[in-house]
Design a binder for this molecule. Structure first.
Ligand SMILES: [Zn+2]
Length: 218
């Protein structure tokens, strides 16, 4: 999870739908705006190019019993069905970091090592602890056949992305003046890139070896 810059202007359909008895919060203007602001990534697992995105309410509306949350633009997030389903558990209610308001990278560490993910809080706040647990579960909660497949898909894509990062870092170390390599690193370490929290954390942990990359982590 990384910081997302949300377009402050709500998509127009939200105000219109709010007036209806059975209005919906996922008209195409909402989906398109969320997709753009989120760089076409699930905000929880950071898988990209979602073919089946969903609109998630960061603070749940509990079957519209808290109506002001249903059409609140600042409460809507772009998510994959797998993470949306895991986040539905009541233990996460009202306890997840709002990554449009706060920078999750200052509260969590997302590590990838040898086919496994380890996410933990670095500040002692409940929302940091619960958000770390949520992201961890989205990669490792293999309690059903479907979830096993969904977790493995995310781990496999993350492994590819990390291997690409390691190779590019190696090339960069051999020839720090090679601009093509530096441009690639800038792109892959950008918050708009898939699984960027893991990649940025890796470079941050090894910044002694790549001090000139610090500027890409700002
Ligand atoms: Zn996801």
């Amino acid at each position: 999870m990384v910081k997302i810059e949300r377009n402050p202007v709500p998509p127009p359909s939200l105000a219109v739908e709010k007036q209806k008895a059975t209005g919906v919060y996922n008209k195409s203007d909402v989906i398109l705006r969320l997709k753009e602001d989120s760089h076409d990534k699930c905000y929880i697992c950071e898988l990209g190019g979602l073919s089946d995105p969903e609109v998630e309410h960061l603070k749940p509306h509990h079957g519209r019993t808290i109506p002001e949350r249903v059409f609140d633009w600042n409460n809507l997030f772009y998510v994959c069905p797998h993470c949306n389903n895991i986040k539905k558990e009541s233990k996460y209610d009202d306890k997840i970091i709002d990554c449009c308001e706060e920078d999750p990278e200052k509260m969590l560490e997302q590590c990838y090592e040898e086919g496994h993910v380890n996410v933990h809080n670095i500040v002692n706040e409940e929302r940091a602890i619960m958000t770390a647990d949520l992201i961890q579960e989205c990669f490792e909660k293999r309690n059903t056949g479907i979830r096993e497949a969904a977790c493995q898909h995310r781990i496999d894509r993350l492994a590819e992305e990390m291997n690409f990062l390691y190779k590019t870092l190696e090339k960069h170390k051999k020839d720090p003046e090679m601009q093509r390599c530096k441009r690639t690193l800038k792109a892959t370490l950008s918050r708009s890139s898939i699984f960027s929290a893991f990649k940025r954390n890796y470079v941050r942990k090894h910044i002694k070896d790549y001090p000139d990359l610090e500027e890409f982590l700002v």
